[in-house]
Design a protein around this ligand. Sequence first.
Ligand SMILES: [Zn+2]
Ligand SMILES: [Zn+2]
Ligand SMILES: [Zn+2]
Length: 389
Amino acid sequence: MSTTILSPRNIRTPLAVSDLPLVIYPGPIHDHWTQAARTKGFDLIARVRDRLHVALRCQTCGGIHTARHSVVMSAQPLCPHCIEARWRQTALTANLTWLGRDQDHRHYGRYRLACGHEVRRQFAFIERIAAGAVAVRCAACLVQREEAEAARFGWSRLGRDPQGNASYRLYRHTCGHEQRIAVANVRWGQCDCAGCGQSWTAKPSYIYLLDIRHSGTGRHVLKIGYSARPVKRHKHQLGLPKDALVEVLRVVAMPTGHDACTREKAAHADLRLTHPESIVPHPDYADLMNVVSEVYRPESLPFLQETLDRIEADIVDAARIRTPDLISPLSRTAGLPDPEIMPDDPDSRPSTVSPRRFSARTHARRKPQPRTISRDRSPILRRHPGRPG
Ligand SMILES: [Zn+2]
Ligand SMILES: [Zn+2]
Ligand SMILES: [Zn+2]
């Protein structure tokens, strides 16, 4: 096994062996060693350490490493500096920052992800990322996202499912009751507490920001709406084509349906006034979905997010005044170990498949609801009872 004795940042600096932390071993340098080294891409510059080792300078990068002379004679010495340079380049291609080898495992390196978190991953896995075959996932970010998703419906994420189901986590409700719930259900707010009996969906409501794309017609619009129930169940009731993609960009939990309705209407009125150009005329989407207003152009996303920021800030302030413990801090220290996720998950999918993006097709396969239940039609459009409109 060769030893790295010179970091690659110095590789262009000519070095004498006497500059290196190597002990010169007295003894002749045989010509056939020098010849063999040269044909294999190295200059043999000294005998070092003991009677078995020599120092080799790479003809490609200039880096120096030690090897047994038997390796020089009977095998191909490998330059560790060139290998590391290749890992660094692969990391760059994979949009990662190379941080060095993992000292505990020779097949692993340390990398910084685009989000800033540090991970260790197999070199082979990084090559697959660089080739676009898989996407790297950040477990720390995933935990943060799940914590935030739970917090908006009054739950704290405690950790992995004690029963070992990868789709579930353990959560604690604001009442103190702990319960396992599927992550997807928490994401959509389908998480009634078995402890206090409170159905979160019974009274409160949600304002949603949806990104709707239809590749068939190339259309892309944004929609704001509110619903007393998770939008997941009702998405098909927007009347979208089966191949339309709907992504929930944001969900703002509202204390009551009345709040949701009032805020949503006020937001639309405000946007109509301040950004009339952002509103898509009804004929432009009439054949795409069965709603009649509150559809925006994709360029209006920043205003829509700002509007929701304001609504959310007001709601959080109000909640904090009512129950100071309700709002827990969501931030988490970067660089945590990954407790929940296997580092090199072979099932990792490219990032183009967002967990929140789904096709309406999945819903089309579901058992259709009886036609007689008409009160659930277009709940996103449903007006608050007692309000016109
Ligand atoms: Zn080299
Ligand atoms: Zn991260
Ligand atoms: Zn509870």
